[in-house]
Design a binder for this molecule. Sequence first.
Ligand code: UDP
Length: 324
Amino acid sequence: MKILITGGAGFIGSHLAEAYLEKGDDVYIIDDLSTGSLDNLQPMTSDPRFQNRIFVTVDTILNHESLLELTGICDVVFHLAAAVGVLTILEKPLESIRTNIQGTEKVLELCNKFKKKVLIASTSEVYGKHLHAPLVETDNIIYGPSSKFRWSYAASKLMDEFTALAYYRTHGLKTIVARLFNTVGPRQTGAYGMVIPRFVDQALSGKPLTIYGDGSQTRTFTYVKDVVQAFMALMETDDAAGQVLNIGGIEEISIRSLAEKIIELTASGSRIEYIPYEKAFGKDFEDMQRRVPGIEKIHKLIGYDPKTTLDEILRQIIASKQIG
Ligand code: UDP
């Protein structure tokens, strides 16, 4: 099989590429390297087993010609190219909206032209600011006002979901929407705000771990390899077409406990520093207090059953940073 991964040089995309290469498939990647990096692909491009089976195009998905050619060649498409990270959204709001909305529309248009099955990576941000748990796919969504730009990310990804579902309804295109909950693992960078790589870097360099707010907000982190396995299984499952599915982890943890855990696991002498949201992100920022995935739907569909503990995931991330 020929697999196209938009955003394939990113953190999740590179793990997906690796899994398909290991399986014996050919992997085509298009990435503009805005947040992705060829370093993420280096373990694969330098592996003699994978030579002549990995093809990387450095370009934006907004370039019609590149995307047309790649979509025509490949059998299935994973659309992961997107503006990622709270910092990216706040610093480049227009570019982020354009990449997410126009980019996804273009991917879907070309998948429809060639009738290629496509998985769209969406996000738990789409749910907005719920406090209840777990969040299930049929829940309402609650956003803050448009003056708070964080919500532009949720709104743009929600529009991507509607567009994918509309292609399914209107043209019968096999589209799958996967809502990811704080995916983490080796190769994730802290440069765009993601908390775990930031805390691990801070702990390993003896700097204070910077908690935004009071640290009582919670997240449920998902191991990147569980996401990759779920993506691959969904692509092979006929009943996944036209569906929205959460992909999430199992252990809800407060950001304060996360910081303490990382200090312990790295045996770091770092202290914790509390930074008001306003100082970190400006006054027009609003955080999500809680985010816990309901994973019953995907469990029923593909037997999804994540088992790797947060401690184990953190140990892997710490080890990868100590080597790298
Ligand atoms: N966070 C933090 N310190 C950091 C980076 C993030 O306290 O250096 C917090 C952030 O405010 C949020 C949580 O950690 O409450 C998760 O942040 P991340 O950006 O990783 O994911 P998201 O906000 O998209 O869930």
